[in-house]
Every structure is written in structure tokens, then in C-alpha cells.
Design a protein around this ligand. Structure first.
Ligand code: SF4
Length: 287
């Protein structure tokens, strides 16, 4: 399988600034991981330079194997959640002087609550450590477990994010262990549990979806009360991952942004290098 040649607009931002080095050393100091590194995010250098990062909790191996994801998949036994991780993360966020803290995780189908309790403990630890900080959680689907979602809602993050990632038709091939309907249900259910908390979701484009399928997915998200959206270009992590079908132009992303805002999304980050947490502090309008 050959890689499709990347167009000029996918130029990777800078990597080696002083600020980025500071972020890396703080992450090392507190033995913390980021989805930025594990998922090979093209914006790592840019975001680290801004002094921001998206923390990855519950380990860096996932019980699932989505075909587009660079995060390591685990067949076997996974470590129990590290009880000290919430504290360490709160310390690191304070040392990074973060006003907007983003917490995500791999999917832990091996845990009864899917890791929801650990998420909640992490939100609480950050709240206690950094007064006035805004917290966004980007969570798995917890297999639609409403008790797990309630545990997170009770911890009270400021933004609840759960990605659709792709359109309905591609789920069986690209996200075989997940379901389109379940992800929509999770977003709807969270809205019932925490009606005043903004909900966010995102898709990657360029996996083979059609224009109509993208539009349907956006309408489905709006239909569940989702108000914040991210759209970005899928980039193939390795030859064994799902191939890029096409590179969507910046103009198309702009057109989707306009269409999403016309559909009633309050914020729509839509551009080739946009990722779930890209400039979340700005797009959330909360800082
Ligand atoms: S569930 Fe998330 S972390 Fe796991 S393989 Fe899929 S996208 Fe990657």
C-alpha cells in the first residue's frame, strides 16, 4: 500500500521550542502521557509551544483497535488504573499554569466502569489544585453505560467531548468495536445527566466518506444537542492503518465550518490540522 503524497497545506508546525521542551520535562517529571504523543498528533509542537497538552490517563494501551489510531492495542492483561495519577496530573497542570485542562483516555473495556471513576477522580483533583480551571473530558463510549456517564457528570467537567470519528457506513470497517448509534446515545444521555454542560464531538475527513454522509453525521450530532464540533484531516499513522482516501482542501473545511454554524453548532473548528483538542481553550469560549 502506498502513502498518498501529502499536500502543502499539511505542513507540520514547529517542534523544538523552549516552551515545548518545558512541557515535555514536566510530563516526564510526573510520569504522564499525552494523546498528543501516543496518537502522533501533527500539532504537538504547536500546542506544547502554547504550553498546552491533552493528558492521556488509564495507560497508553487500548482494549480496542480502531483502524485509524496509532495508539497501541493490547490483546492481553492491562494494568489497573494508577491511583496516584489524578494527583500527579493535577500537579503537572498547575506547574504548566494551565487554565484549560483536557483529559482523555484509551478505551478500557476490561474495567467494569470503563475507567469512569478514574476520570472523575482526575477532574476532582484538578478542580482542587487549580481554582477556576476549565476542564474538558474526551471520553470513550463506556459501552453506553449510563452509571459510568453519571459518575463523570457528577464530577462536573466544563465540556463533555466524545468523538464520532467517522460516518455511520464506515464504522464496521474503521471502528469495529464501537457503534455509531451508541456514540450518539452517549452524547444524548450525557445531555440528560448534565443539561448545562456543552457537548462536543468530532470527525476525521478523508477516510472514504461522502459529502451526504458527513452532512447526515453533523445533523445527527445536532439532533442530539451537540453544540461544539471539530473536523480535521485523517492522516494514516502507518502502512498497516486505514488508507487515506483523499486530502480534503482547506476551502472544503471552511465550507463545512459555515455549514456547521448554519446548522446551529456554537463552535466549529474545521481545518486540515484540527484535532479534537486543538485550541479547545479558545473554541470553548470558556477562557
Ligand atoms: S478506542 Fe480510542 S484509543 Fe482505542 S484504538 Fe480506538 S481511537 Fe484509539
Amino acid at each position: 500500500m502506498t502513502y498518498k503524497k501529502k499536500p502543502s497545506w499539511l505542513r507540520m508546525p514547529e517542534r523544538g521550542s523552549e516552551e515545548a521542551a518545558k512541557v515535555r520535562s514536566i510530563l516526564r517529571k510526573y510520569s504522564l502521557d499525552t494523546v498528543c504523543r501516543q496518537a502522533m498528533c501533527p500539532n504537538l509542537g504547536h500546542c506544547f509551544q502554547r504550553g498546552t497538552a491533552t493528558f492521556l490517563i488509564l495507560g497508553n494501551r487500548c482494549t480496542r483497535s480502531c483502524r485509524y489510531c496509532a495508539i497501541e492495542h493490547s490483546e492481553g492483561f492491562l494494568d489497573k488504573p494508577d491511583a496516584n495519577e489524578p494527583e500527579r496530573l493535577a500537579e503537572a497542570a498547575a506547574e504548566m499554569e494551565l487554565r484549560y485542562v483536557i483529559i482523555t483516555s484509551v478505551t478500557r473495556d476490561d474495567l467494569e466502569d470503563g475507567g469512569a471513576g478514574h476520570f472523575a477522580n482526575t477532574v476532582k483533583a484538578v478542580r482542587e489544585k487549580i481554582s477556576g480551571a476549565r476542564i474538558e473530558v474526551l471520553t470513550p463510549d463506556f459501552r453506553g453505560n449510563s452509571d459510568a456517564l453519571k459518575v463523570i457528570a457528577d464530577a462536573g467537567p466544563d465540556v463533555f467531548n466524545h468523538n464520532l470519528e467517522t460516518v455511520e457506513r464506515l464504522f464496521p470497517d474503521v471502528r469495529p468495536e464501537a457503534s455509531y448509534g451508541m456514540s450518539l446515545e452517549v452524547l444524548e444521555l450525557y445531555g440528560k445527566l448534565a443539561p448545562s454542560t456543552p457537548r462536543k464531538s468530532g470527525l476525521m475527513l478523508g477516510l472514504g466518506e461522502t459529502e451526504i454522509e458527513i452532512r447526515n453525521a453533523l445533523q445527527d450530532l445536532r439532533g442530539k444537542g451537540v453544540t461544539m464540533l471539530t473536523l480535521g484531516q485523517y492522516l494514516q499513522p502507518s502502512r498497516k492503518h486505514w488508507p487515506v482516501d483523499r486530502y480534503v482542501t482547506p476551502d472544503e473545511f471552511d465550507a463545512w465550518k459555515d455549514e456547521a454554524l448554519a446548522m446551529g453548532f456554537v463552535s466549529a473548528a474545521s481545518a486540515p490540522l484540527v484535532r479534537s483538542s486543538f485550541h479547545s481553550d479558545i473554541y470553548s469560549g470558556l477562557t
